[in-house]
Design a protein around this ligand. Sequence first.
Ligand SMILES: CC(C)(COP(=O)(O)OP(=O)(O)OC[C@H]1O[C@@H](n2cnc3c(N)ncnc32)[C@H](O)[C@@H]1OP(=O)(O)O)[C@@H](O)C(=O)NCCC(=O)NCCS
Length: 187
Amino acid sequence: MTSVYDLPSPFFGEKVFLRAIEESDLPSIMEHWNAYETRVSLGKFVPSSSIEREQWINEVNQKAKKGEAYTFAIIHKVKEEFLGTVALKRINMINRGASLSVSIHNPANHNKGYGTDAVRCILKIGFNILNLHRIELHVYEFTANAVHIYEKLGFKKVGVRRQASFIIGEYRDDLVMDILEEEFVEL
Ligand SMILES: CC(C)(COP(=O)(O)OP(=O)(O)OC[C@H]1O[C@@H](n2cnc3c(N)ncnc32)[C@H](O)[C@@H]1OP(=O)(O)O)[C@@H](O)C(=O)NCCC(=O)NCCS
C-alpha cells in the first residue's frame, strides 16, 4: 500500500498553494480586495474597510474551527505572494454538500492560470479530504472566464436564477453550477 506521505498534497497546485488565512494577511487583502472589477464580480458593491476585513478573518477562523466553512489563502508558489482566496462554505455533513467561491484579488493577475489551479486544489480538498459528495456555486453569467474554468474542471450548469441580481441598474441572471464526487474522479 502507498504511504500517505508519497501522495501529492491537495494543497499544492502547479502555480499556487493554499494555506490558512492569517491576521498578517490583512495588508495584502486590503491591497486589491476593493478593486472594482473583482468586487463587482463577487457581488460586493460597497467597498470594505480594513476593520470589516479583519472581522472577516476572525469569522473565517471561527467557521473553520466549527467545520462550517474552510477559506484558504491562494499563494503564488514561486513568489510566495498572496493572490486571493478560495473557499468551501455552507458545509453540510448530512448531505455532504458545500458551496465554492474563489477570488484572485488583483485584476492584473486574472487569466494567468491561478484561479483554475486554486479551484482544482479545493475540489481535491473537498472530495478527498472532507469527503464531500456535491459542491455547488452561483456565478454571474457575465463573468465568462469564471464560467469557463468551472466547466473545464467538470462543473455542470444545472439552473438559472433569472434576474436574481440587481447590478448597476440592471437585473442579471445567475447560473447555478455543481459537480458530484464521481464526476470529479472521472476527470
Ligand atoms: C474568476 C477567477 C477566479 C478566474 O481565475 P483566473 O486566474 O483569472 O482564471 P484562469 O487564468 O485560471 O483561467 C481563465 C480561463 O478563462 C478563459 N477566458 C478568459 N476570458 C474569457 C472569456 N471572455 N470567455 C471565456 N473564457 C475566457 C481563459 O482563456 C482561461 O481558460 P484556459 O486556461 O482554458 O485558456 C478570477 O478571474 C477572479 O477572481 N475574478 C474576480 C472574482 C470572480 O469573478 N470570482 C468568481 C465568482 S463565482
